[in-house]
Design a protein around this ligand. Structure first.
Ligand code: UD1
Length: 625
């Protein structure tokens, strides 16, 4: 927070940035509100906000491809930054390859790479073939590398500069370099620019599937468990979103989807962590296996932090140690009008909104709170955490710290990874992992042209079917490197109804249709910067049932979440030779089983009554007989 902001200096600065309207009501405010407004203006980097606006609008209008503009040749030449970043990172990757044998085969290398010379290489190449074959049968076509390398090919202009060709779009948003003034574009919707040729399906080669590789899946799981047993794995929960589509402003993790136990999403995730620590200790921790710790980083936002922390405290951290649950907060950005003006939420406050789940990366480096100067990256280093599994809060089936996914990414020596499920219908509201502008990325359903969404391959399957389920993997090394290219990451526009004030009268306005935009970064927008991306396809019924919509909606709501979780647990029960009588709902506590393991004691048991199974003791089970 800056000290003693001066009215005159701020007025001059904001007027120069074409945002002087924020002081429209200053003279009529009481002194405390005047001080508060000045502080907000002093704390805001208004020139950065203007730059972000221009970049987001240009990207949306297709002035430059919105998918990975920083990988374009001219961007590299103009900024020099990414070129350096990628060169340095590429060199370090080569060193790692030399040290570790075959670990990150590039697309161009696969199939032409000379015969491996070490045992490690041989075993990996065998896996490469098996994976490519198995995955090709499911999601994708063709053969190639197990882990892809990104290359920039286009020569479009950079969005970070204003040197684009005017023929690219009839509407331009620019900042006059001489005075910093924002030249606003027309508020009419941007023209349609067909970028569909820029988007290609994911090559078969960069992914694997648990659906068709049972033996590999088991070995990935063991690798993941070994890392967990050594406390090298942490989880990063993205819980900064508000459940607006759910019709609730409470943090989504506090939601009870109506299970027999009434456990919330947060409790399920916490108990899965506890169980997995135990599974790792028992299965691979050796006889004297010491307790494994999975550190849980919980990213909140302004609107969710207080309630989230209070909920964890009230529930005694669901049995986890308080020191292993670390809260931090993503940043905010001002809400803007269509023409780039910062909106006021009242005569003395700026309208702010969370900066999207991609805000996670800068948040990792900020102090955890005003009273705790530690940072997430600092704690990761201190605890010697090597791998991070990041996930969204709203998926009741999420396999927190999934050893299979973590082990798969470790095996591939990937610095970044994504879990996907086969997309069901072209209209499903999920992003797809694909290639955009020659780089890896996620194309959100709002951004995928209809023709592409409906496109089918020779097998009649959706060409773009690698549905992103917001489960990502990073090595600590990669997370630490994001700092160097984060300023080049994309911003996305979400048009919303934003409560504001009439700039003439100061009267509150509650719009009934979108009147402005929130600017967001997306968590997967680091993908275009990865040297290696590992994609793992998993089974939807086992791993993905998100809570997005309100009760009674047609999909992804609390009824479907409850149904899918209970159906999964019934499958687990039946898999060990037990039965559930028709009409009964039996819930298996995550403390009893993480992913269906450890239920053999139920063999032959008949659940005549439903309820939540918290233990497999005879006495506990007797209440279900
Ligand atoms: C997200 C994915 C989408 C995927 C879908 C699967 C992103 C940008 N999109 O879409 O590709 O197919 O999940 O369910 O990830 N969050 C924050 N801070 C924010 C906004 C969101 O922490 O400012 C968190 C949410 O709490 C949630 C996760 O990010 O845990 C995903 O956000 P959500 O808004 O639900 O994304 P979707 O649009 O559903």
């Amino acid at each position: 927070m800056s000290s003693s902001p001066s009215y005159e200096a701020l007025k001059a600065r904001y007027e120069a940035a074409n945002q002087g309207h924020l002081l429209s009501f200053y003279s009529s405010l009481p002194p405390s509100d005047q001080a508060s407004l000045l502080q907000q203006l002093a704390d805001l980097d208004v020139e950065r906000v203007n730059r972000i606006y221009v970049k987001a609008i240009e990207s949306e209008q297709g002035i430059t491809p919105k998918n990975s503009p920083r990988l374009k040749k001219t961007t590299l030449v103009e900024t020099g930054t990414l070129e350096r970043v990628r060169r340095e990172r590429s060199e370090s990757l080569s060193e790692r390859e030399l040290e570790g044998g075959v670990n990150a085969l590039s697309f161009s290398e696969f199939g032409t790479k000379s015969t491996p010379t070490t045992t490690t290489e041989e075993s990996v190449v065998v896996q490469v073939k098996e994976v490519a074959e198995s995955f090709g049968a499911k999601l994708l076509n063709g053969v190639g590398a197990l882990v892809g390398t990104i290359t920039g090919t286009s020569s479009s202009s950079s969005p970070a500069t204003n040197n684009h060709s005017s023929s690219s779009s009839p509407v331009k948003a620019t900042i006059d370099e001489s005075n910093g003034l924002l030249t606003t574009p027309s508020p009419t919707p941007p023209p349609h620019v067909d970028e569909s040729d820029d988007i290609e399906p994911l090559p078969a080669s960069c992914a694997a599937s648990v659906l068709t590789s049972p033996s590999l899946t088991a070995s990935w799981r063991t690798t993941g468990l070994e890392a967990i047993a050594q406390s090298q794995v942490a989880v990063l929960l993205m819980a900064g979103g508000q459940g607006t589509r759910l019709g609730s402003s409470a943090p989504k993790g506090c939601f009870d989807i109506g299970l027999p136990s009434s456990k919330t999403l947060f409790q399920y995730q916490a108990e899965r962590i506890r169980r997995l620590e135990e599974v790792a200790r028992k299965e691979v921790g050796g006889e004297k296996g010491k307790k494994a710790t999975i550190t849980w980083f919980v990213m909140t936002s302004g609107p969710t932090r207080v309630e989230t922390e209070a909920f964890f405290r009230e529930k005694n951290f669901f049995g986890l140690q308080e020191k292993d649950v670390i809260f931090f907060e993503q940043g905010v950005l001002p809400c803007l009008s269509e023409s780039g003006k910062i909106l006021l939420s009242s005569t003395s406050s700026i309208a702010l909104a969370p900066d999207g789940n991609g805000g996670v990366y800068s948040a990792l480096r900020r102090p955890l709170s005003p009273t705790d100067s530690r940072t997430v990256v600092g704690i990761i280093a201190e605890r010697k955490i090597e791998y991070i599994h990041a996930y969204g809060v709203d998926n009741c089936l999420v396999r927190v710290a999934d050893p299979t996914f973590v082990g798969y990414c470790i095996t591939q020596k990937a610095e970044c990874g994504a879990k996907v499920v086969p997309k069901t219908v072209p209209t499903e509201s999920v992003g797809v992992v694909a290639r955009k502008g020659g780089a890896f990325g996620v194309v959100e359903y709002t951004e995928l042209p209809k023709a592409k969404a409906e496109q089918r391959d020779a097998n009649g399957e959706l060409s773009f079917r690698a549905a992103n389920i917001a489960n990502h993997f990073y090595t600590t090394t990669f997370l630490n490197e994001i700092d160097s290219f984060e300023p080049l990451m994309a911003f996305h526009i979400a048009r919303k109804k934003i409560p504001t004030v009439d700039l003439e009268t100061g009267a509150a306005l509650a719009p009934s249709s979108p009147n402005g935009m929130k600017l967001e970064m997306f968590v997967f927008d680091v993908f275009p910067f990865t040297e290696t991306l590992a994609v793992l396809e998993v089974e939807r019924v086992e791993e993905f049932s998100p809570l997005k919509n309100g009760k009674g909606s047609s999909s992804d709501n609390q009824e479907t979440s409850r149904r899918d979780l209970l159906a999964q647990q019934k499958r687990w029960i039946e898999a060990v030779g037990a039965t559930v009588e028709t009409g009964e709902d039996v819930e298996i506590s995550p403390l009893v089983s993480y992913a269906g393991e450890g239920l053999e004691a139920l063999k032959g048991f008949v659940f005549k009554k439903g309820g939540a199974v918290e233990s497999l003791d005879k006495e506990a089970l007797s209440s279900f007989a």
